[in-house]
Design a protein around this ligand. Structure first.
Ligand code: HEM
Length: 430
């Protein structure tokens, strides 16, 4: 352990209450804590939803650690999704120059490595009582919880201000205005991004809070989203559900071949960025009260899949390949051509795919008492035009548009992970 760093405790050696916590156990605890929901779960079982059958034991290993150094790619992209996330977009301070940016990337990288290893970023209890602690302390005693922190650089980093224009990949610009955009300027753009994902929300929050604190001379927090509910852990795993109640992530980039083709950047444009990717972030509010009044048949038509199983409406099981030509007995197409999956499917977009790794979010209630919640859509692509093409198509025609509003948006270049002793983006300064 290096000077100033402390074990948070609860690593593989000293897990907090044992390294694994049963997710179903946690869920059961939560249900018992809110008596009314127990009846809801029982009713769900009676209707034949997944809760009716006993799945394989499903556990989360809170002792899991992901290395930061020496990987071809940063964590949090191809890493199996953890339960919770905190995403934060930052603006560089007006006074920050190239040297400040370089120091920030070096300090953030060293701190992320320590945090992912389950340690604090410095003393929680300083030797002098007049010193503030270097680490804020709320993760002391907590396990690593599979933390990953993904660091991204916004388009402005490659402007003239930092002398880095020659390192900008030709396709990397701010996203243009897209069909269906109703963006709030306070939730749009940013010069740097950090996304912490972990199986313990406090571990994720602690990481972003401390990194923001470490960077406060160079960056100002701009907008952030807390997300939940995306884990797929253990042998009983299921595709997670979004807040519309549908499985989300069934057809996604999963194979090495798909990652190479659609996600990881090659050397052709900017060799320094090889192994990196673009992170597209959209905060999409769902109009849940309206959705919740809709019949399940309508909901299924809008998505193009069944709600309980997640099967394409042309098939019967979740992983059946959609047949967009299939017809019902009455002669209509089984999957509506304006359904979300019909418009987004590679079959209708020249074969293109995105790696989607989103989270549900809630900000509580709006001023008028409606649910303020939705999807923190995060996608990874090696060509931003692929996202632009898809969103323009969805934004113009998707039946889902009646129930969603794109309110936040940003794009970042996520450089490859550094080698041991180096930092993210170091190639820009050598
Ligand atoms: C709140 C907004 C959204 C919701 C609720 C939503 C929900 C879903 C659901 C339920 C599926 C079907 C299951 C699956 O294959 O994963 C799906 C598929 C998909 N979505 Fe979305 N989505 C949203 C926004 C977007 C956006 C903004 C994009 C891209 C611009 C997108 C791209 C896709 C793609 C590419 C698929 C896979 C289609 C296929 O290959 O069959 N989605 N989405």
């Amino acid at each position: 352990m290096r000077g100033g760093e402390q074990s948070r405790g609860g690593s593989e050696d000293t897990p907090r209450g044992g390294p694994s916590t049963s997710r179903r156990g946690l869920l059961r605890g939560a249900l018992i804590g809110t008596g009314g929901l127990v009846a809801g779960a029982a009713a769900g079982g009676a209707t034949g939803w997944a809760v009716g059958s006993e799945p394989e034991p499903d556990t989360i290993d809170l002792g899991r650690k992901y290395p930061f150094y020496g990987e071809p790619h940063q964590g949090g992209i191809a890493t199996p999704p953890q339960q919770h996330t905190v995403f934060a977009s930052f603006r560089l301070a007006d006074s920050a120059g190239p040297r400040d940016l370089q120091v920030l990337l070096a300090r953030w990288s060293a701190s992320i490595a320590v945090l992912q290893d389950g340690r604090t970023v410095g003393a929680v209890q300083p030797s002098s009582p007049v010193q503030p602690p270097r680490d804020t302390g709320e993760a002391s005693g907590l396990s690593p919880a599979g933390l990953t922190v993904t660091l991204g650089l916004g388009p402005a980093v490659f402007g003239d201000r930092f002398g880095l224009a020659r390192f900008r990949p030709a396709r990397f610009t701010a996203l243009p205005k897209l069909n269906g955009d109703t963006l709030d300027p306070a939730l749009t753009g940013g010069d740097l991004s950090l996304q912490a994902c972990a199986d313990d929300p406090q571990v994720a929050y602690h990481a972003i809070r401390n990194l923001a604190r470490i960077g406060r001379d160079a960056v100002v927090p701009y907008w952030s989203v807390l997300g939940f509910g995306r884990a797929s852990a253990g042998p009983g795993q299921q595709t997670p559900r979004n807040l519309l109640g549908f499985k989300d992530g069934t057809r996604n980039v999963t194979t090495d071949e798909q990652y190479s083709r659609f996600v990881w950047l090659g050397r052709e444009d900017q060799p320094w960025a090889e192994g990196g990717t673009y992170q597209v972030v959209r905060k999409i509010r769902m109009l849940l009260e309206t959705w919740d009044t809709d019949r399940v048949g309508d909901q299924q038509q809008i998505i193009g899949r069944s709600k309980a199983e997640g099967a394409p409406l042309s098939g019967t099981t979740e992983f059946d390949t959609p047949d967009f030509a299939a017809r019902t007995a009455s002669g209509e197409t089984a999957i509506d051509p304006k359904s979300h999956v019909a418009l987004a499917a590679p079959e209708h977009n020249g074969g293109l795919m995105l790696h989607r790794r989103g989270y549900n979010y809630t900000d509580g209630l709006t001023a008028d008492g409606s649910l303020d919640a939705g999807l923190l859509f995060v996608a990874y692509v090696n060509d931003p035009r692929n996202f632009v093409t898809l969103q323009n198509r969805l934004g113009a025609n998707d039946l889902l548009n009646e129930y969603i509003r794109h309110i936040g948006s940003a794009i970042f270049l996520v450089p490859p992970a550094p080698a041991e002793g180096h930092y993210v983006g170091e190639a820009l300064f050598t």
